[in-house]
Design a protein around this ligand. Structure first.
Ligand code: ADP
Ligand code: MG
Length: 245
């Protein structure tokens, strides 16, 4: 059974149909890649799923519950997580403090209360950090971490809310090939161990073909192909969009 069902999703900006009647589903335990050239509508699709943008048409259902019309916070509570960039949030806190914060906010605690309550969450935060291979660096400030390590912490923070579906928009942007592979292998491991689903966008075809269970391809707001990596690689419409052949 599908975890997420998207049907006939549409969004226009003025006269520009950024997303034009897109339908797809995401199954539990699946790493699904959303690819397409720049401006294809990938981020717009993501932002409709997490509630930052309201769809004009269609439906987005998580386990049968309609998400369109709900606030981002409610969608997050229902189990749609996304990775945030730490740099934008709490770079001055230590690694473990960042994860403790995330655990507290998933309990609905206010920021002003966090310092007192955080102590109770340290063990739980360390367990999450161990899963992403960052326990040894728990007490370092996030601001001094290597880029690939920051990405691991972001993943631990996203997992703190125990999402059913995790959205990752270009998670490996700006990373060296080795770091990319480590992050995607880790993501795949979390999908398997926790039985969650991940929907991600990615520029590197090497990464997509190596890690995605399935792919959907957008071009100019429309879904042009869908299937396993081997099927997509040889798909004539995909060849046309990417290589102009
Ligand atoms: P992708 O993530 O695949 O590169 P986007 O979803 O960001 O593509 O953009 C799809 C189309 O929608 C593009 O033509 C883009 O210019 C347009 N677009 C995206 N966001 C906005 C916005 N907030 N206002 C106006 N146009 C937008
Ligand atoms: Mg984008």
């Amino acid at each position: 059974m599908s975890l997420l069902n998207v049907t006939h999703l549409g969004k226009s900006f003025g006269g520009n149909r950024a997303v034009d009647g897109v339908s797809f589903s995401v199954a539990k335990g699946e790493l699904l890649a959303l690819i397409g050239p720049n401006g294809a509508g990938k981020s717009t699709t993501f932002n409709m799923v997490n509630g930052q943008l309201k769809a004009d048409t269609g439906s987005i259902q998580l386990e049968g519950q309609e998400l369109i019309g709900r606030k981002p916070r409610d969608i997050w509570r229902l189990g749609v997580g996304r990775t945030f960039q730490i740099a934008e949030t709490f770079g001055s806190l230590t690694v473990v403090e960042n994860v403790q914060m995330a655990l507290l906010s998933s309990d609905g605690l206010l920021f002003s209360m966090w310092r007192r309550a955080a102590a109770h969450k340290r063990d739980e935060a360390l367990a999450l950090l161990a899963q992403v291979g960052m326990a040894a660096q728990a007490d370092r400030p996030c601001s001094v971490l290597a880029y690939g390590d920051v990405k691991r912490v972001e993943l631990a923070i996203a997992m703190a809310n125990r999402p059913k579906l995790l959205l990752m928009d270009e998670p490996t942007a700006g990373m060296a090939p080795k770091e990319r592979n480590e992050l995607m292998a880790l993501t795949k491991q979390l999908v398997i161990e926790r039985g969650i689903a991940v929907l991600f966008t990615e520029h590197s075809m090497d990464v997509v073909f190596a890690y995605a269970d399935r792919m959907i391809v957008l071009a100019r707001g429309r879904l042009i192909a869908e299937g396993k990596p081997a099927e997509i690689r040889d798909h004539p419409k995909v060849q046309e969009v990417y290589f102009g052949t």
